[in-house]
Design a protein around this ligand. Structure first.
Ligand code: GTB
Length: 218
C-alpha cells in the first residue's frame, strides 16, 4: 500500500531536520518502506482539505490506503507495528520500547518545547530574561535523569528501537541551545542516531526539499 506523508514546503528550520516529518521519514527508512511526500504551504495547512486529515492544521500526516493518521508518536508506533525493524519480538522488550516512545513525547519533549518557545517566541517579552534560566533548568533536570539511566549504553534498552528513534528525534531539537553538550553520553547517543544510514537518508530527503524550494523561489 502506497504511503504518503505531508511536510513543510519551506521548513522554517532551513533544512536542519528539526521539523517533525524527519522522524516519520526516519522510521520509514528504518523499515525500508518507500513513501511519497505532499508538500504544504502554511496557508494550505490551515485549509479544509488538510484540516480533514489533521484537525490542528499541522504536519506531518500519514496516509496509507484507508488509514489517515496525525501525531508523530502515533505514526511512528503504527509504522513500527506494521513493519519489522523498530520493535523487538519479545513482548516485554516491546512494551519497554513503547514506554520509551511515550517517555520521549510525554516527559522529555514538553520542557524542550518550553525552551524553544522561551528562546524563540518569547525572547522579546519583558520577563524573558528572568524566565529563561528556569526553563533551561527544567530541561537540565530531565537530561540529567535520562543521562543517568542511559549511562554508557548504546541505546535505551538493548537494541535500537522506535523508543530510541523518538528520543533521539526529541533531543535533536535541543542542539541549537547547546544544552545537549552538557551531557556527553546524551550527545554521543544523539550522534549514534544521526549516524544510522536510515537517519542520513531521512535527513537528506528533507534537506533536498528545502534546497529545491529555496533555489527556485524568492
Ligand atoms: N504533536 C504533534 C506531532 O508530534 O505530530 C506536533 C506537530 C507539530 O508541531 N507540527 C509543526 C507544525 O505543523 C511542525 S514540526 N507547525 C505549524 C503550525 O502549527 O501551524 C515543529 C517544528 C516547527 C519548526 C521547527 N523549526 O523551524 O526548527 C522545528 C519543529
Amino acid at each position: 500500500m502506497a504511503i504518503t506523508i505531508t511536510a513543510f514546503e519551506r521548513s522554517p528550520d532551513r533544512g536542519q531536520g528539526l521539523a517533525r516529518d524527519t522522524r516519520v521519514r526516519w522510521a520509514l527508512e528504518e523499515v525500508a518502506q518507500p513513501y511519497d511526500v505532499r508538500l504544504l504551504s502554511f496557508k494550505a495547512m490551515k485549509e479544509p482539505a488538510h484540516l480533514a486529515l489533521h484537525p490542528f492544521g499541522q504536519i506531518p500526516t500519514y496516509e496509507e490506503g484507508d488509514l489517515a493518521l496525525f501525531e508523530t508518536g502515533a505514526i511512528v508506533f503504527h509504522i513500527a507495528e506494521r513493519y519489522a525493524g523498530l520493535l523487538p519480538d519479545d513482548a516485554n522488550a516491546r512494551a519497554r520500547a513503547i514506554m520509551w516512545m511515550f517517555a520521549a513525547v510525554n516527559t522529555v519533549e514538553p520542557p524542550i518545547l518550553d525552551l524553544v518557545t522561551a528562546r524563540i517566541f518569547e525572547s522579546d517579552k519583558p520577563w524573558a530574561r528572568e524566565r529563561l534560566p528556569l526553563v533551561q533548568d527544567r530541561v537540565r533536570e530531565r537530561l540529567k535523569q535520562l543521562s543517568a539511566r542511559l549511562r554508557d549504553s548504546g541505546w535505551l534498552d538493548g537494541t535500537f528501537s522506535a523508543g530510541d528513534l523518538m528520543m533521539v528525534s526529541v533531543l535533536l531539537r535541543l542542539r541549537p541551545s547547546g544544552l545537549l553538550d552538557e551531557y556527553p553520553n546524551l550527545a554521543a547517543y544523539v550522534a549514534r542516531g544521526e549516524a544510522r544510514p536510515a537517519y542520513k537518508r531521512a535527513f537528506a530527503a528533507q534537506l533536498a526539499v528545502f534546497t529545491a524550494n529555496s533555489s527556485t523561489r524568492p
